[in-house]
Design a protein around this ligand. Structure first.
Ligand code: HAM
Length: 438
């Protein structure tokens, strides 16, 4: 490479998933998919890009996400204002309304994929990150709130994760929040001298978020602020109590966190977060709640709904800590060859082996011509394959192949020559007799 050649790097805060990470992602995705199905949820996929106004309307104009974290741009071809999705709920609700999915039928939906927020990157906080999400639309009772909590709990258990605690709260209905908000503004105004710049900015736009402050100087004052739970009417309280009674019935431990308000505007009644203490500052691995007003707000026929999103990078960080995966074993066979005939026969046999269900790597050289058998054998060893197959000139001329066990446990490292037409049968017998393939 010449010195003047330009180098490229990925966009800050956006990560590559490399082959060494693959096992974790696959393990998570398979478990999530299977558990979502076990609870009757169906997959939905929406585009990565939506109209900007969709997110402004649903997430709320005065939230961190809409104010400063969205990747928005104008489509140069038609002038449309578009945004890379910062979350999925808005898009799913858009899709459900657009396709009339809620007509007489509640919907249990799940999805996973990349989301984009222009945040300051740190451990567990990225600009492109991935979520696994559940949305239950058309159900009003607290039973479904508990159901989605159970989906998360089962997934944590399945992945071998422990010590993830559940925090819950109820943020009531819009009118209850309006009364609480007025009280909060007068309380914070009376303590104006203690408010930091962020809190002063939010005092009239989003005073509820001041409760979320991490500023230690403000903690005592914030602790004394009027609590939303005291402003809930009987129906909201009954929902919250029903939710808690059912959590107890299924043995889910939780803590009420009166300061839990969530950073998106569409919520009402139940809100919750699952939090781990071993992830540093970004310990929330899953957040969600009820968003009954959203469907009507977005032009649909009003229907209750609730859901959650789980941060997959954070979960994988926990998996590495608590339930590390063994390195993947190599493939079943690695095929080496010599000469034109050997190359052709190896290519053909590799396909036959894959057809009968064996994983096969065919040696291909960096130079485009056959490397020495010694060099090929090095690659075969490094691949972790159970068997090396050598289609040398001599073997191929005799219609044979040398089979060498590469792992100690696979037939004790012996090498044998056998007829090519017997190869499949031979390998299957060998594998059946080996600890590696039980
Ligand atoms: P959220 O609280 O904004 O909710 O995000 C949910 C989870 O996504 C967080 O708890 C965290 O684990 C992960 N997450 C968020 N931002 C980042 C980031 N920058 N880097 C890494 N992980 C991140 C929602 O997105 C709602 N749509 C959840 C929901 C679904 N509510 C109802 N249905």
């Amino acid at each position: 490479m010449s010195e003047t050649q330009e180098k490229f790097s990925g966009v800050k805060g956006m990560n590559d998933m490399l082959p060494v990470d693959g096992a974790y992602w696959e393990r998570f995705e398979l478990a999530a998919r299977g558990i979502a199905r076990a609870y009757g949820y169906s997959e939905v996929r929406t585009p990565i890009v939506e109209q900007t106004r969709l997110f402004k309307r649903s997430i709320g104009e005065v939230t961190d996400i809409v104010e400063k974290e969205m990747y928005s741009f104008t489509d140069a071809l038609n002038g449309e204002e578009l945004t890379l999705r910062p979350e999925g709920t808005a898009a799913v609700v858009r899709s459900v309304i657009e396709h009339n999915l809620l007509y007489n039928t509640p919907q249990r939906l799940w999805y996973m994929g990349p989301m984009f927020r222009h945040e300051r990157p740190q451990r567990g906080r990225y600009r492109q990150f991935h979520q696994f999400c559940i949305e239950a639309l058309g159900f009003a009772g607290p039973d479904v709130d508990v159901e989605i909590i159970l989906v998360a709990r089962r997934l944590f258990e399945d992945l071998g994760l422990e010590n993830i605690r559940l925090e819950i709260n109820s943020i009531g209905q819009p009118d209850e929040r309006a009364r609480h908000r007025a009280e909060l503004i007068s309380y914070f105004s009376a303590h104006a001298g203690l408010l930091d710049a962020d809190a002063q900015r939010r005092l009239h736009s989003n005073p509820l978020r001041i409760l979320d402050t991490k500023n230690p100087v403000m903690q005592a004052m914030v602790d004394g602020a009027p609590r939303l739970l005291e402003f809930l009417g009987p129906a909201s309280l009954a929902h919250f109590e029903g939710f808690q009674a059912l959590l107890k019935a299924v043995g889910v431990e939780y803590r009420i966190n009166p300061r839990l308000v969530r950073g998106l505007d569409y919520y009402n009644l139940t809100v919750f977060e699952w939090v781990s203490d071993t992830l540093g500052a970004q310990g929330t691995v899953c957040g969600g709640g009820r968003y009954d007003p959203l469907i009507a707000m977005m032009g649909g026929r009003g229907a209750p709904a609730c859901g959650f999103a789980m941060g997959i990078e954070r979960i994988i960080d926990l998996m590495r800590q608590q339930a590390p995966l063994e390195p993947e074993p190599g493939c079943d066979v690695y095929l080496m060859h010599q000469g034109e005939d050997g190359a052709r026969v190896a290519l053909t046999v590799a396909e036959e082996l894959r057809t009968v269900g064996l994983d096969a790597i065919l040696h291909c050289s960096a130079e485009g011509r056959a490397s020495s058998l010694k060099a090929q054998m090095k690659r075969a060893d490094a691949s972790g394959a159970a068997f090396g197959l050598i289609f040398g000139e001599e073997e191929v001329a005799a219609g044979e192949v040398s089979v060498k066990a590469l792992r100690e446990s696979a037939s004790g490292g012996a090498q044998r020559r056998i007829r090519i037409e017997r190869l499949v049968e031979h390998l299957i017998d060998e594998m059946a007799g080996s600890d590696d393939f039980e």
